[in-house]
Design a protein around this ligand. Structure first.
Ligand code: DO4
Ligand code: MG
Length: 286
């Protein structure tokens, strides 16, 4: 089952929705659900959403809805160097930091960094940013774990952990600047609930980048290639930490364009995760 937040012509407020089998959105606000994060916090989420799906709620054709990010006020964090491909790419971009990436890939403790406030993340259709002071910019297509306020993984969404590779490569201490800036995080469009980790590990992640209508990069990976288990990543995020509104954890990238590739303003990045849907964003300079 897939949850989202959307706006429609008849309702300009962010509204929680459930995607139906025939591709419409059920307006969950008609059943008193006004906040997706609160719904995700339900003790028995699957049972609750199944019950909601049977109610005679208003249906909005997907083509008439504007999909928003599927997060409210959750913090967004990101794990890094969880795929061999990511470790290799980081080691290539920086002699200076190469051993740090090598070590963290093997270490018990994963790399985890703060990425965005939920309200700053951008939705499908909105611009993702490349920094005006960076020369080497790439998207990072990632599966994102959605956690409730009890630290339980309750769903999955797609994410783009936009990165400035020249800034990151210059000095590891510049990582927050390479990763956290305006429109550096895209999320959505749906949160898939009810899938086990084993099922999610069957999914594929693909990214295509087009420029002036022509494809300039495409790549693919499999969720099964993530080195660490989902509870391991979520467990480290929640150590000595609390998320009263829940959290989102990007799980790292397994697709990195060749080293001579950089994004340009006007490019369109399409990230598709087989169990979730497609996140599409034009690139803007910020
Ligand atoms: O340490 C750099 C960031 C790693 C990352 O974002 C990833 O592997 O996806
Ligand atoms: Mg990343």
């Amino acid at each position: 089952m897939k949850l989202c937040r959307f706006r429609s012509a008849s309702n300009p407020w962010p509204t929680p929705g459930l995607l139906t089998a025939d591709g419409a959105l059920l307006d969950l606000s008609g059943a008193g659900v006004t906040c997706l994060a609160s719904l995700l916090d339900s003790q028995d989420l699957l049972e609750r959403v199944t019950a909601l799906s049977k109610l005679p709620l208003r249906r909005i054709p997907l083509s008439e809805a504007t999909l928003l990010t599927p997060v409210d006020q959750q913090e967004v964090w990101a794990a890094g160097v969880t795929y061999l491909r990511s470790k290799k790419a980081r080691m290539e971009e920086s002699d200076f930091s190469a051993t740090a990436y090598d070590r963290v890939y093997e270490a018990e403790r994963p790399e985890i960094f703060f990425k965005s406030y939920g309200e700053k993340a951008v939705a499908t259709g909105e611009g993702v940013g490349i920094r005006a002071d960076a020369k080497w910019n790439v998207p990072e297509p990632e599966l994102a774990l959605v956690l409730n306020s009890r630290g339980q993984i309750v769903g999955y969404t797609a994410g783009n952990d936009m990165s400035s590779r020249d800034i990151e490569g210059e000095n590891l201490l510049y990582l927050p600047q390479a990763k956290v800036y305006r429109a550096s995080c895209a999320l959505g469009p749906f949160i898939t609930i009810g899938a086990t980790e084993a099922e999610a590990r069957q999914w594929s992640i693909s990214v295509t980048i087009s420029r002036g209508g022509a494809e300039v990069f495409s790549g693919q990976t499999a969720v099964s290639q993530i080195k660490r288990s989902f509870p391991e990543l979520a467990g480290f995020l929640c150590r000595s930490q609390e998320f009263p509104r829940g959290a989102v954890l990007l799980t790292g990238t397994g697709v990195v364009p060749q080293n001579d590739f950089t994004l340009a303003a006007g490019d369109v990045v399409r990230i598709a995760i087989s169990g979730i849907g497609e996140l599409v964003n034009p690139v803007i300079v910020v």
